[in-house]
Design a protein around this ligand. Structure first.
Ligand SMILES: C[S@@+](CC[C@H](N)C(=O)[O-])C[C@H]1O[C@@H](n2cnc3c(N)ncnc32)[C@H](O)[C@@H]1O
Length: 203
């Protein structure tokens, strides 16, 4: 059995499972696996989901925070609404200052958790895709720094490459515990990796 064959099976497995369990994306399992391992999201939490379309992570977050929590999804693309009064979405570019202002205006209180699955449209030119993705991860961190409560958590996707270490160093400056996580549901050949930052210490 070739590695590629196994990888394709794994991809199909999560794709099928997402269909069966009514998740909007396979990505839902990446978040579920991370929460299962690190427990960084809890009932009643206020959660901001950056790069939220089509909404798999929003579904998972709502499942965890329940009726008394609050979930805000942000994406440059439209997100089909979820039928819950405590799940809100806005269309916005995370690189624009106005998006941060709108996020703050909608939050009921400082966030407990900021999650980001932000990815650019990949061009196939690795250096370019890597740099663009890191720029998005930096925006996610910036938004987290100005919306999180003390002790809050982040979960941010990063494409692993030359710029990774510097980004990791900036996360370590603000969080008491930092872990790097590659979920089982993430393809092995994909450069994506997730940074979990727990126990936010405001500057
Ligand atoms: C991998 S998808 C997210 C999948 C999502 N976690 C889910 O479970 O359904 C990445 C998203 O990042 C969004 N995105 C890319 N650049 C963005 C930007 N500058 N501002 C906001 N969203 C952006 C894309 O539109 C895309 O929907």
């Amino acid at each position: 059995m070739s590695g590629r064959w196994l990888e394709r099976r794994k991809r199909d497995y999560y794709y099928r499972r997402a269909k069966e369990e009514n998740y909007r994306s396979r990505a839902a399992y990446k978040l579920l696996q991370a929460i299962e391992k690190y427990g960084f999201m809890r009932p009643h939490d206020v959660v901001i989901d950056l790069g939220a379309a089509p909404g798999g992570w929003l579904q998972v977050a709502r499942q965890i925070v329940g009726d008394k929590g609050f979930v805000l999804g942000v994406d440059i693309r439209d997100i089909e609404p979820l039928q819950y009064s405590n799940v809100h979405t806005i269309i916005g570019d995370v690189r624009e200052e106005d998006t941060l202002r709108r996020i703050k205006a909608i939050l009921p209180r400082p966030a407990d958790v900021v999650i980001s699955d932000l990815s650019p449209n990949v061009s196939g030119v690795w250096e370019l895709d890597h740099a663009r993705q890191i720029e998005l991860a930096e925006q996610a961190l910036k938004i987290a720094l100005s919306t999180l409560r003390r002790g809050g958590n982040i979960f941010i996707k990063v494409f692993h490459g030359d710029l990774f270490d510097e980004f990791l160093r900036s996360v370590k400056r603000y969080f008491g515990r930092v872990e790097i996580f590659k979920p089982k549901a993430s393809r092995k050949e994909s450069a994506e990796i997730y940074i979990v930052g727990m126990d936010f210490k405001p500057p």
